[in-house]
Design a protein around this ligand. Structure first.
Ligand code: AR6
Length: 170
């Protein structure tokens, strides 16, 4: 699997699947989640509501992933995953890595060949960006067996992109 970096708004990415940094309710929020629902339109929320009415009655657990339509986004699917809230007392990094692993598994199951990830947990959930990048790259680099051919890590701003570029070259 090839790893690429991009900068800016993930909702304009032309990939098969865009990953959403959602919350357990699956019913929307700020950050990436807000942007995806705004640009993707109501079809995404409609499918999220249906998931909550069915198998996901208690919501989506941290570290898990589930797909819906991407509505009006250029992508075909949105894969919703729930990152952990950062804690200085407790190492929640296995859960953060699980978000990337679970999203890739869902993407593979759908037949997606290209996927774009935001830097999960590094906004509202306060994960330090440098470590969030390290966790993401640990999983993406280790994903030889996936049928996904390209994973693009989308950094929202130039300083974060620079940190990611340094991490990718070591
Ligand atoms: N495109 C790409 N990256 C973005 C965008 C965008 N449009 N908007 C923000 N980022 P966040 P989290 C960056 O807060 O920390 C929501 O309310 C942002 O700078 O979206 O996992 C959910 O509903 C940061 O680096 O996700 C949850 O309640 C990264 O994306 C909660 O926030 C992730 O920031 C999830 O928090």
């Amino acid at each position: 699997m090839r790893i690429e970096l991009a900068t800016g708004d993930i909702t304009i990415e032309r990939v098969d699947a865009v990953v959403n940094a959602a919350n357990s309710s699956l019913l929307g929020g700020g950050g990436v989640d807000g942007a995806i629902h705004r640009r993707g339109g109501p079809a995404i929320l409609e499918e999220c509501r249906a998931l909550r009415a069915g198998h996901y009655g208690r919501g989506l657990a941290v570290g898990k992933a589930v797909a819906t339509t991407a509505g009006r986004l250029p992508a075909r699917w949105v894969i919703h995953t729930v990152g952990p809230v950062f804690s200085a007392e407790e190492d929640r990094s296995p859960l953060l890595r699980a978000c990337y692993t679970a999203s890739l598994a869902v993407a593979g199951g759908l037949g997606a060949r290209t996927i774009a990830f935001p830097l999960i947990s590094s906004g509202v959930y306060r994960w330090p960006k440098e470590d969030a990048i390290a966790q993401a790259l640990t999983v993406l680099r280790d994903h030889g067996g996936s049928t996904v051919e390209l994973a693009r890590l989308v950094l929202f701003d130039a300083p974060t992109r620079e940190i990611a570029e340094r991490a990718l070259t070591v």
